[in-house]
Design a protein around this ligand. Sequence first.
Ligand code: GLY
Length: 436
Amino acid sequence: MKILVIGNGGREHALAWKLIQSPRVEKVYVAPGNAGTAYEHGLENIPITAISELIDFARKENVAYTVVGPEAPLADGVVDAFHSAGLKIFGPTRNAAQLEISKRFAKDFMRRHNIPTASYSTFTDAEAAHQYIEQHGTPIVIKASGLAAGKGVFVAYTPEEAHSAVDQILITKHFGEAGSEVIIEAFVQGTEVSFIVMCDGQHVLPLATSQDHKRLNDGDSGPNTGGMGAYSPTPFITPGLHAQIMREIIYPTVQGMAKEGVQYCGFLYAGLIISPENQINVLEFNCRMGDPETQPILMRLKSDFSMLIEHALDSTLDQTETEWDRRTALCVVLAADGYPDNPRKGDIIEGLPELMAKQHNTDDFHIFHSGTALNGNNDQQELITAGGRILCVTALGDSLKLAQQHAYEHAEQIHFNNAHMRHDIGYHGIDFIHKV
Ligand code: GLY
């Protein structure tokens, strides 16, 4: 069968790479894809993004089903449009994706359904927001309500930072329409983890746990990004906490949506914070898999991913289970100079000579591409930077420490102008393991 994956990042490279491993899958189209998906065996890039063209393509090629990677097409209603056209697609409808599209919706929803989350207020008026900050003090969290590619969240430690965040969102419109409303919420101390499940509207299948590193620089400093590296599984989520997360957060969310008349089908990503006393709060919901969390999670998946998605589409997720590699997977993101604000594009990437030989990876190591493109003609093609996050070097190891060493050994071989990576991905988990 043939499958279509929508998107062009590292997450979509990993989704397509995992799907093509199934003996049942003959080809995975990636629309529009990147240089990595262009060269991966069994994948083919399709240079389209318009929903009507995606529908025409899926029909013409007799695609068995489509998988949506990023949030933007969900917000544009790609799932609703495919359903209207009678085509199978895995992802939430626009209504269901409100959990990610509007942080205001998500916070109000959690309040309605007693799902634990930090206390908050919402504002469209900057003056009122500034007054609220004066009353509540810092640290405090300021968020643009709409979609901002993971960059619209500010953890403000001083009043100046908090006021500046409000002005960037509401006054200078740094995030455009996504910033027409601001959420100001209490700062909660703890450890951030990512908890991702598949939902079929009636059943839930949890995927392996993971932890992202959202800040640009080592030691969790610098601005927030889409994610600079991740690993799976995370030792912070013990079996007891796993059960607690399912009971207090995941089931009430899917059931709460159903009570409000919305069937949730698709990946559901709960960004959580675990306090030292093991209280769990939801920081955010995403209606898709995480990037880069997908890369280490799928590196460990031993089950046939195409079958899992078919079960989800048939509402039979209760009849399947997942099998995971017992090793740890860890990924390191290489980002462009200027990321996240103003990434520089067009730099030549060196250190991946095997790319052109189409066999640049082994079973325990894979380079997933994000913002890459090919420059030149077929005889002489150069790999160049074409986005903010460029590559995601992912490796398996018998322990978190060994997975970290393995990923960095490969990441350090890759070069482009002012390439930026963090040097401490996995450090929270490594410190935690050594403390216990
Ligand atoms: N890595 C965070 C996200 O995908 O939103």
